[in-house]
Design a protein around this ligand. Structure first.
Ligand SMILES: *[C@@H]1O[C@H](CO)[C@@H](O)[C@H](O)[C@H]1NC(C)=O
Ligand SMILES: *[C@@H]1O[C@H](CO)[C@@H](O)[C@H](O)[C@H]1NC(C)=O
Ligand SMILES: *[C@@H]1O[C@H](CO)[C@@H](O)[C@H](O)[C@H]1NC(C)=O
Length: 358
Protein backbone atom coordinates (compact mmCIF):
# COMPACT_ATOMS: atom_id res chain seq x y z
CA UNK A 1 0.00 0.00 0.00
CA UNK A 2 1.47 3.28 -1.04
CA UNK A 3 -0.02 6.33 0.52
CA UNK A 4 2.62 8.72 -0.73
CA UNK A 5 3.73 11.58 1.39
CA UNK A 6 0.29 12.57 2.49
CA UNK A 7 -0.90 10.86 5.62
CA UNK A 8 -4.35 9.36 5.23
CA UNK A 9 -7.10 11.16 7.13
CA UNK A 10 -7.71 9.66 10.51
CA UNK A 11 -10.98 7.81 9.79
CA UNK A 12 -9.42 6.26 6.70
CA UNK A 13 -6.38 5.21 8.68
CA UNK A 14 -8.61 3.51 11.19
CA UNK A 15 -10.51 1.74 8.42
CA UNK A 16 -7.28 0.57 6.82
CA UNK A 17 -5.93 -0.63 10.11
CA UNK A 18 -9.13 -2.57 10.72
CA UNK A 19 -9.00 -4.03 7.26
CA UNK A 20 -5.44 -5.24 7.72
CA UNK A 21 -6.28 -6.53 11.12
CA UNK A 22 -9.13 -8.54 9.64
CA UNK A 23 -7.04 -9.84 6.78
CA UNK A 24 -4.36 -11.01 9.12
CA UNK A 25 -6.84 -12.89 11.25
CA UNK A 26 -9.60 -14.32 9.16
CA UNK A 27 -7.75 -14.77 5.90
CA UNK A 28 -6.29 -17.89 7.37
CA UNK A 29 -9.57 -19.81 7.45
CA UNK A 30 -11.35 -18.38 4.44
CA UNK A 31 -10.79 -21.70 2.73
CA UNK A 32 -13.58 -23.03 4.95
CA UNK A 33 -15.76 -21.34 2.33
CA UNK A 34 -15.15 -24.48 0.27
CA UNK A 35 -18.19 -25.86 2.07
CA UNK A 36 -20.30 -23.60 -0.15
CA UNK A 37 -19.30 -24.71 -3.66
CA UNK A 38 -16.44 -27.10 -3.15
CA UNK A 39 -18.33 -30.36 -3.45
CA UNK A 40 -20.01 -29.32 -6.70
CA UNK A 41 -16.66 -29.06 -8.45
CA UNK A 42 -14.99 -32.06 -10.10
CA UNK A 43 -11.48 -30.78 -9.33
CA UNK A 44 -10.01 -32.21 -12.50
CA UNK A 45 -9.10 -29.02 -14.30
CA UNK A 46 -6.75 -26.30 -13.21
CA UNK A 47 -9.38 -23.64 -13.81
CA UNK A 48 -11.42 -25.15 -10.98
CA UNK A 49 -8.93 -23.58 -8.62
CA UNK A 50 -10.40 -20.24 -9.70
CA UNK A 51 -13.54 -20.73 -7.65
CA UNK A 52 -11.19 -20.10 -4.81
CA UNK A 53 -10.74 -16.49 -5.78
CA UNK A 54 -10.64 -15.52 -2.14
CA UNK A 55 -7.73 -17.84 -1.55
CA UNK A 56 -4.16 -16.62 -1.37
CA UNK A 57 -1.62 -17.29 -4.13
CA UNK A 58 0.08 -20.05 -2.15
CA UNK A 59 -3.16 -21.98 -1.87
CA UNK A 60 -3.98 -21.36 -5.50
CA UNK A 61 -0.61 -22.79 -6.55
CA UNK A 62 -1.02 -25.72 -4.23
CA UNK A 63 -4.41 -26.36 -5.79
CA UNK A 64 -2.97 -26.22 -9.34
CA UNK A 65 -0.11 -28.52 -8.53
CA UNK A 66 -2.14 -30.96 -6.43
CA UNK A 67 -5.65 -30.97 -7.83
CA UNK A 68 -6.15 -34.48 -6.49
CA UNK A 69 -5.84 -33.17 -2.93
CA UNK A 70 -8.75 -30.80 -3.27
CA UNK A 71 -11.50 -33.34 -2.55
CA UNK A 72 -9.79 -34.06 0.76
CA UNK A 73 -9.53 -30.36 1.52
CA UNK A 74 -13.22 -29.83 0.74
CA UNK A 75 -14.00 -32.79 2.98
CA UNK A 76 -11.87 -31.19 5.72
CA UNK A 77 -13.83 -27.93 5.43
CA UNK A 78 -17.14 -29.79 5.77
CA UNK A 79 -15.87 -31.81 8.70
CA UNK A 80 -14.54 -28.72 10.46
CA UNK A 81 -17.95 -27.13 10.24
CA UNK A 82 -19.90 -30.18 11.44
CA UNK A 83 -17.51 -31.14 14.20
CA UNK A 84 -17.19 -27.57 15.49
CA UNK A 85 -20.96 -27.18 15.74
CA UNK A 86 -21.34 -30.56 17.39
CA UNK A 87 -18.68 -29.99 20.01
CA UNK A 88 -20.05 -26.54 20.84
CA UNK A 89 -23.75 -27.40 20.80
CA UNK A 90 -23.78 -27.21 24.60
CA UNK A 91 -22.09 -23.82 24.76
CA UNK A 92 -23.37 -20.26 24.48
CA UNK A 93 -21.13 -19.71 21.47
CA UNK A 94 -22.24 -22.62 19.30
CA UNK A 95 -20.03 -22.21 16.23
CA UNK A 96 -23.00 -21.39 14.02
CA UNK A 97 -21.20 -18.40 12.51
CA UNK A 98 -18.89 -20.77 10.63
CA UNK A 99 -21.84 -21.13 8.23
CA UNK A 100 -20.96 -17.74 6.76
CA UNK A 101 -17.52 -18.83 5.54
CA UNK A 102 -15.71 -17.42 3.60
CA UNK A 103 -17.19 -14.30 5.22
CA UNK A 104 -17.02 -14.33 8.96
CA UNK A 105 -18.64 -12.42 11.77
CA UNK A 106 -16.52 -10.67 14.42
CA UNK A 107 -16.44 -13.69 16.74
CA UNK A 108 -14.07 -15.27 14.21
CA UNK A 109 -12.53 -12.12 12.75
CA UNK A 110 -10.85 -10.91 15.87
CA UNK A 111 -8.16 -12.79 17.75
CA UNK A 112 -10.63 -14.47 20.07
CA UNK A 113 -10.57 -17.80 21.84
CA UNK A 114 -13.24 -19.01 19.42
CA UNK A 115 -11.08 -18.08 16.49
CA UNK A 116 -8.17 -19.93 18.12
CA UNK A 117 -10.26 -23.08 18.38
CA UNK A 118 -11.52 -22.92 14.79
CA UNK A 119 -8.03 -22.35 13.38
CA UNK A 120 -6.63 -25.28 15.36
CA UNK A 121 -9.49 -27.55 14.37
CA UNK A 122 -9.34 -26.56 10.71
CA UNK A 123 -5.58 -27.11 10.57
CA UNK A 124 -5.96 -30.53 12.20
CA UNK A 125 -8.82 -31.37 9.82
CA UNK A 126 -6.88 -30.77 6.59
CA UNK A 127 -3.98 -32.93 7.70
CA UNK A 128 -6.37 -35.56 9.06
CA UNK A 129 -8.33 -35.72 5.85
CA UNK A 130 -5.22 -36.03 3.65
CA UNK A 131 -3.61 -38.64 5.94
CA UNK A 132 -6.77 -40.76 5.79
CA UNK A 133 -7.20 -40.32 2.04
CA UNK A 134 -3.66 -41.65 1.51
CA UNK A 135 -4.50 -44.78 3.47
CA UNK A 136 -7.80 -45.37 1.73
CA UNK A 137 -6.14 -45.31 -1.67
CA UNK A 138 -8.02 -42.24 -2.91
CA UNK A 139 -4.83 -40.37 -3.70
CA UNK A 140 -2.41 -41.50 -6.39
CA UNK A 141 0.49 -39.54 -4.89
CA UNK A 142 0.65 -41.17 -1.48
CA UNK A 143 0.08 -44.53 0.11
CA UNK A 144 -0.16 -45.99 3.61
CA UNK A 145 1.95 -44.51 6.36
CA UNK A 146 5.38 -46.06 6.76
CA UNK A 147 5.77 -48.98 9.14
CA UNK A 148 6.29 -47.68 12.68
CA UNK A 149 9.86 -47.83 13.90
CA UNK A 150 8.84 -49.10 17.33
CA UNK A 151 9.44 -52.78 17.88
CA UNK A 152 6.05 -54.51 17.77
CA UNK A 153 4.78 -56.19 20.93
CA UNK A 154 5.22 -59.93 21.44
CA UNK A 155 1.63 -60.62 20.38
CA UNK A 156 1.39 -58.71 17.12
CA UNK A 157 3.17 -57.68 13.97
CA UNK A 158 2.94 -54.45 12.00
CA UNK A 159 0.78 -54.71 8.92
CA UNK A 160 -2.38 -53.34 7.44
CA UNK A 161 -2.42 -49.78 6.19
CA UNK A 162 -1.82 -46.92 8.61
CA UNK A 163 -2.88 -43.31 8.06
CA UNK A 164 -0.13 -41.35 6.37
CA UNK A 165 0.30 -38.69 9.04
CA UNK A 166 3.62 -37.53 7.63
CA UNK A 167 2.21 -36.63 4.24
CA UNK A 168 -0.92 -35.24 5.83
CA UNK A 169 1.11 -32.91 8.03
CA UNK A 170 3.32 -31.84 5.16
CA UNK A 171 0.56 -30.94 2.71
CA UNK A 172 -1.91 -29.89 5.39
CA UNK A 173 0.44 -27.32 6.86
CA UNK A 174 1.35 -26.00 3.41
CA UNK A 175 -2.35 -25.38 2.79
CA UNK A 176 -3.53 -24.24 6.22
CA UNK A 177 -0.52 -22.04 7.00
CA UNK A 178 -0.25 -20.69 3.45
CA UNK A 179 -2.43 -17.63 4.01
CA UNK A 180 -0.60 -16.66 7.17
CA UNK A 181 2.86 -17.18 5.74
CA UNK A 182 2.37 -15.55 2.37
CA UNK A 183 0.62 -12.43 3.54
CA UNK A 184 3.12 -9.92 4.74
CA UNK A 185 0.54 -7.37 5.70
CA UNK A 186 -1.77 -7.76 8.63
CA UNK A 187 -0.93 -7.64 12.27
CA UNK A 188 2.17 -9.55 13.18
CA UNK A 189 0.55 -10.58 16.46
CA UNK A 190 -2.45 -12.02 14.65
CA UNK A 191 -0.26 -13.97 12.28
CA UNK A 192 1.77 -15.41 15.12
CA UNK A 193 -1.42 -16.32 16.92
CA UNK A 194 -2.81 -18.15 13.90
CA UNK A 195 0.40 -20.00 13.17
CA UNK A 196 0.70 -21.04 16.79
CA UNK A 197 -2.87 -22.30 17.02
CA UNK A 198 -2.59 -24.14 13.70
CA UNK A 199 0.45 -25.93 15.11
CA UNK A 200 -1.43 -26.76 18.32
CA UNK A 201 -4.18 -28.30 16.20
CA UNK A 202 -1.69 -30.44 14.31
CA UNK A 203 -0.03 -31.48 17.57
CA UNK A 204 -3.41 -32.65 18.90
CA UNK A 205 -3.79 -34.60 15.67
CA UNK A 206 -0.37 -36.21 16.08
CA UNK A 207 -1.16 -37.05 19.70
CA UNK A 208 -4.30 -38.84 18.55
CA UNK A 209 -2.29 -41.42 16.64
CA UNK A 210 -2.97 -44.80 18.21
CA UNK A 211 -2.25 -48.42 17.55
CA UNK A 212 -5.21 -50.19 15.97
CA UNK A 213 -5.31 -53.93 15.53
CA UNK A 214 -7.15 -56.66 13.76
CA UNK A 215 -7.35 -60.23 15.02
CA UNK A 216 -6.73 -63.30 12.96
CA UNK A 217 -6.64 -66.91 13.96
CA UNK A 218 -9.19 -69.62 14.49
CA UNK A 219 -12.65 -68.22 15.22
CA UNK A 220 -11.61 -64.98 16.82
CA UNK A 221 -8.95 -66.58 19.02
CA UNK A 222 -6.74 -63.63 18.18
CA UNK A 223 -3.64 -65.79 18.10
CA UNK A 224 -2.28 -63.57 15.35
CA UNK A 225 -2.74 -59.82 15.44
CA UNK A 226 -1.91 -57.25 12.78
CA UNK A 227 -1.56 -53.66 13.95
CA UNK A 228 -1.02 -50.27 12.39
CA UNK A 229 -1.02 -46.64 13.48
CA UNK A 230 -4.30 -44.87 12.86
CA UNK A 231 -5.66 -41.44 13.72
CA UNK A 232 -8.66 -41.00 15.97
CA UNK A 233 -11.77 -39.45 14.49
CA UNK A 234 -11.84 -35.68 14.19
CA UNK A 235 -14.56 -35.51 16.87
CA UNK A 236 -12.10 -36.92 19.43
CA UNK A 237 -9.46 -34.42 18.39
CA UNK A 238 -12.06 -31.66 18.72
CA UNK A 239 -12.78 -32.77 22.30
CA UNK A 240 -9.11 -32.43 23.09
CA UNK A 241 -9.01 -28.99 21.47
CA UNK A 242 -12.17 -27.94 23.30
CA UNK A 243 -10.41 -28.63 26.60
CA UNK A 244 -7.55 -26.47 25.36
CA UNK A 245 -10.08 -23.79 24.33
CA UNK A 246 -11.48 -23.71 27.87
CA UNK A 247 -7.96 -23.36 29.26
CA UNK A 248 -6.65 -21.02 26.55
CA UNK A 249 -4.10 -18.36 27.47
CA UNK A 250 -4.49 -14.69 26.71
CA UNK A 251 -1.29 -13.40 25.18
CA UNK A 252 0.25 -10.16 24.12
CA UNK A 253 2.93 -9.32 21.57
CA UNK A 254 6.01 -8.23 23.44
CA UNK A 255 9.80 -8.24 23.35
CA UNK A 256 11.27 -11.42 24.78
CA UNK A 257 15.00 -11.09 24.37
CA UNK A 258 15.76 -9.63 20.98
CA UNK A 259 12.58 -10.69 19.19
CA UNK A 260 8.95 -9.81 19.60
CA UNK A 261 6.95 -12.82 20.58
CA UNK A 262 3.64 -13.84 22.00
CA UNK A 263 3.85 -14.06 25.76
CA UNK A 264 1.15 -14.68 28.36
CA UNK A 265 -0.53 -11.44 29.33
CA UNK A 266 -0.87 -12.33 32.98
CA UNK A 267 2.03 -12.14 35.35
CA UNK A 268 3.65 -15.49 34.68
CA UNK A 269 6.76 -14.73 32.71
CA UNK A 270 7.21 -17.71 30.48
CA UNK A 271 7.13 -18.49 26.80
CA UNK A 272 3.90 -19.74 25.30
CA UNK A 273 3.60 -23.52 25.53
CA UNK A 274 3.31 -25.61 22.41
CA UNK A 275 0.26 -27.35 23.79
CA UNK A 276 -1.86 -24.33 24.67
CA UNK A 277 -4.24 -22.36 22.50
CA UNK A 278 -3.64 -18.63 22.64
CA UNK A 279 -5.81 -15.58 21.95
CA UNK A 280 -5.36 -11.83 21.87
CA UNK A 281 -8.83 -10.43 22.38
CA UNK A 282 -11.32 -11.29 25.12
CA UNK A 283 -14.68 -12.54 23.94
CA UNK A 284 -18.08 -11.22 24.99
CA UNK A 285 -20.08 -13.58 27.20
CA UNK A 286 -22.35 -14.37 24.21
CA UNK A 287 -25.41 -13.92 26.44
CA UNK A 288 -27.10 -11.16 24.48
CA UNK A 289 -27.31 -10.41 20.83
CA UNK A 290 -24.64 -8.04 19.60
CA UNK A 291 -23.77 -8.27 15.92
CA UNK A 292 -20.78 -5.94 16.38
CA UNK A 293 -19.17 -8.52 18.62
CA UNK A 294 -20.41 -11.51 16.67
CA UNK A 295 -22.67 -12.59 19.50
CA UNK A 296 -26.02 -14.18 18.63
CA UNK A 297 -27.17 -14.33 22.22
CA UNK A 298 -28.84 -17.34 23.76
CA UNK A 299 -32.49 -16.35 23.55
CA UNK A 300 -34.54 -19.34 22.34
CA UNK A 301 -31.62 -21.73 22.75
CA UNK A 302 -32.62 -25.06 24.20
CA UNK A 303 -31.24 -25.76 27.64
CA UNK A 304 -31.15 -28.62 30.11
CA UNK A 305 -33.09 -27.98 33.32
CA UNK A 306 -31.26 -30.58 35.41
CA UNK A 307 -27.70 -30.01 34.23
CA UNK A 308 -25.35 -27.73 36.13
CA UNK A 309 -22.96 -27.61 33.17
CA UNK A 310 -22.69 -25.19 30.28
CA UNK A 311 -25.88 -26.55 28.67
CA UNK A 312 -27.82 -26.15 31.92
CA UNK A 313 -30.51 -23.49 31.84
CA UNK A 314 -28.80 -21.44 34.48
CA UNK A 315 -25.58 -20.91 32.56
CA UNK A 316 -27.01 -21.11 29.04
CA UNK A 317 -29.70 -18.51 29.75
CA UNK A 318 -27.35 -16.28 31.73
CA UNK A 319 -29.80 -16.14 34.62
CA UNK A 320 -32.68 -14.78 32.51
CA UNK A 321 -34.79 -17.87 33.13
CA UNK A 322 -36.43 -20.16 30.65
CA UNK A 323 -39.74 -21.14 29.12
CA UNK A 324 -40.99 -24.69 29.10
CA UNK A 325 -42.94 -26.25 26.29
CA UNK A 326 -44.12 -29.74 25.51
CA UNK A 327 -43.13 -31.63 22.44
CA UNK A 328 -44.61 -34.90 21.39
CA UNK A 329 -42.30 -37.48 19.92
CA UNK A 330 -43.36 -40.46 17.87
CA UNK A 331 -41.13 -43.45 18.40
CA UNK A 332 -41.01 -47.08 17.45
CA UNK A 333 -41.89 -49.24 20.42
CA UNK A 334 -43.02 -52.69 21.56
CA UNK A 335 -40.99 -54.22 18.79
CA UNK A 336 -41.59 -57.89 18.24
CA UNK A 337 -39.60 -60.41 16.30
CA UNK A 338 -41.59 -62.63 13.98
CA UNK A 339 -40.15 -65.94 12.88
CA UNK A 340 -38.86 -65.81 10.20
CA UNK A 341 -37.55 -63.05 9.62
CA UNK A 342 -38.82 -59.62 10.45
CA UNK A 343 -39.40 -57.20 13.25
CA UNK A 344 -42.61 -55.25 13.62
CA UNK A 345 -43.01 -52.27 15.89
CA UNK A 346 -45.83 -50.08 17.07
CA UNK A 347 -45.72 -46.34 17.02
CA UNK A 348 -45.89 -44.76 20.41
CA UNK A 349 -46.34 -41.16 21.23
CA UNK A 350 -44.43 -39.68 24.09
CA UNK A 351 -44.49 -36.18 25.43
CA UNK A 352 -41.27 -34.57 26.54
CA UNK A 353 -40.78 -31.27 28.24
CA UNK A 354 -38.29 -28.91 26.63
CA UNK A 355 -36.81 -25.71 27.91
CA UNK A 356 -35.69 -22.67 25.99
CA UNK A 357 -33.96 -19.57 27.25
CA UNK A 358 -35.95 -16.37 27.73
C1 LIG B 1 -20.25 -20.17 -5.37
O1 LIG B 1 -20.56 -20.21 -6.75
C2 LIG B 1 -21.33 -19.12 -7.21
C3 LIG B 1 -21.70 -19.36 -8.65
O2 LIG B 1 -20.66 -19.97 -9.36
C4 LIG B 1 -20.51 -17.84 -7.03
O3 LIG B 1 -21.23 -16.72 -7.46
C5 LIG B 1 -20.17 -17.69 -5.55
O4 LIG B 1 -19.34 -16.57 -5.36
C6 LIG B 1 -19.47 -18.92 -5.03
N1 LIG B 1 -19.33 -18.78 -3.60
C7 LIG B 1 -18.19 -19.03 -2.98
C8 LIG B 1 -18.20 -18.82 -1.52
O5 LIG B 1 -17.20 -19.38 -3.54
C1 LIG C 1 -26.78 -21.59 17.63
O1 LIG C 1 -27.38 -20.56 18.36
C2 LIG C 1 -28.10 -19.65 17.55
C3 LIG C 1 -28.51 -18.47 18.43
O2 LIG C 1 -29.29 -18.84 19.50
C4 LIG C 1 -29.26 -20.39 16.91
O3 LIG C 1 -30.02 -19.50 16.12
C5 LIG C 1 -28.69 -21.50 16.04
O4 LIG C 1 -29.74 -22.29 15.47
C6 LIG C 1 -27.77 -22.40 16.82
N1 LIG C 1 -27.06 -23.24 15.87
C7 LIG C 1 -26.84 -24.52 16.05
C8 LIG C 1 -26.07 -25.23 14.98
O5 LIG C 1 -27.23 -25.12 17.04
C1 LIG D 1 -29.58 -33.07 30.98
O1 LIG D 1 -28.53 -33.17 31.91
C2 LIG D 1 -28.56 -34.36 32.69
C3 LIG D 1 -27.51 -34.22 33.78
O2 LIG D 1 -26.30 -33.75 33.28
C4 LIG D 1 -28.33 -35.55 31.74
O3 LIG D 1 -28.35 -36.75 32.48
C5 LIG D 1 -29.43 -35.57 30.69
O4 LIG D 1 -29.19 -36.60 29.75
C6 LIG D 1 -29.52 -34.23 29.96
N1 LIG D 1 -30.71 -34.20 29.13
C7 LIG D 1 -30.67 -33.90 27.84
C8 LIG D 1 -31.98 -33.87 27.12
O5 LIG D 1 -29.63 -33.65 27.25
Amino acid sequence: MRSGRFPAPAPLRVTLALLLWHLGLAGAIQWLGLTVNGSKVAWNEIQHCRILDWLVPDQFHLCRRNLELMQSIVHAAQQTKGVCQKSFSDMRWNCSSIEHAPNFTPDLLKGTRESAFVHALAAAAVSHSIARACASGELPICTCGSTPSEVPGPDFRWGGCGDNLRYGLQMGSAFADGPVKSRKSGMQAARLMNLHNNAVGRQALTDSLETKCKCHGVSGSCSVKTCWKGLQDLGEIANDLKAKYLAATKVTHRHMGSRKQLVPKELDIRPVRETELVYLVSSPDYCTRNPKLGSLGTQDRQCNKTSVGSAGCNLMCCGRGYNAYKESLVERCQCKYYWCCYVACKKCQRTVERYVCK
